[in-house]
Design a protein around this ligand. Structure first.
Ligand SMILES: [Zn+2]
Length: 267
């Protein structure tokens, strides 16, 4: 697998080879440094940092860290996940719709949104939905925080969720779906399993609900993990239609732990 560790190893081998080559070349030409040498170093470093940076936005490649983006097995099952909640009023309305269709979903909650939302979180849990960790702050700088701070955020959110539901989440969804070396270091040797998605609905960006719906349905396949948001207008206005359309296509909507065959909660 093409991982950051292997990529870094290859980078250093090339760097070392280039250094050796330059030493041999400069010795044979009496200390002369070839014109293209700085350019080659520049190109090498740009490629290394450019590729490492770009891969942080492609978590499903498992480049920086193992991330689950798809269910296991061939059954026609999919999971629906809601990020960035709980939202006052809106999350409750989502729960009502899910209850109507007897669908169990997964909510990746932000720790600092939980104060005052304890009843809705408790209801979510009591009605059989899963709760995952989506950081405490969801800061736009989250991915640039040191691993220690990232880990502290996750622990804090876990504790709040545990205080309300009695259970500590094992699924973590990285804010913005970014997994870089800092996030990876924070997750190493911990209990959290990073879980992203393979259907990004773009429900917070795309204004045309028909396009969102078509995109989700077009990409639907056994094991799909669909990303929606508690606060998006699409979610509230079209969740009914979406649930019916998925069912019409012969898919069963299951909780994430059932789809990826891993436990959702730990000690
Ligand atoms: Zn988010």
């Amino acid at each position: 697998m093409f991982t950051f560790r292997r990529f870094t190893l290859i980078f250093f081998i090339i760097l070392l080879s280039l250094n050796l080559w330059n030493i041999i070349l400069s010795k044979s030409s009496g200390g002369f440094i070839h014109d293209q040498t700085p350019l080659l170093y520049g190109l090498l470093f740009t490629l290394y940092f450019g590729i490492s940076f770009a891969m942080a936005f492609l978590p499903c490649t498992n480049f920086h860290h193992p991330v689950i983006c798809h269910g296991r097995g061939d059954e026609k099952s999919v999971s629906i996940t809601f990020d960035d909640g709980p939202e006052p009023v809106k999350t409750q309305l989502i729960l009502d719709i899910l209850k109507k269709y007897e669908v169990k979903a997964t909510f990746f909650c932000i720790g600092n949104k939980l104060a005052g939302q304890e009843p809705v979180l408790k209801q979510m849990h009591d009605e059989g939905h899963l709760i995952g960790n989506h950081s405490f702050s969801h800061s736009k700088w989250f991915d640039l925080f040191p691993a220690k701070i990232i880990r502290a955020e996750l622990l804090k959110t876990d504790q709040i969720i545990k205080n309300i539901t009695g259970k500590s989440p094992l699924f973590f969804r990285p804010p913005f779906g970014v997994v870089n070396p800092m996030v990876s270091n924070a997750l190493k040797k911990t209990h959290w399993q990073a879980v992203c998605w393979n259907i990004r609905s773009l429900d917070t960006i795309q204004k045309n609900p028909q396009k969102i719906m078509q995109k989700i349905l077009r990409k639907l396949s056994p094991g799909s993990i669909i990303l929606l948001h508690d606060f998006s207008p699409f979610t509230l206005q079209h969740l009914d239609d979406l649930l019916m359309a998925i069912t019409r296509k012969g898919y069963q909507i299951v909780p994430l732990d059932q789809l990826i065959k891993l436990p959702a909660y730990g000690e």
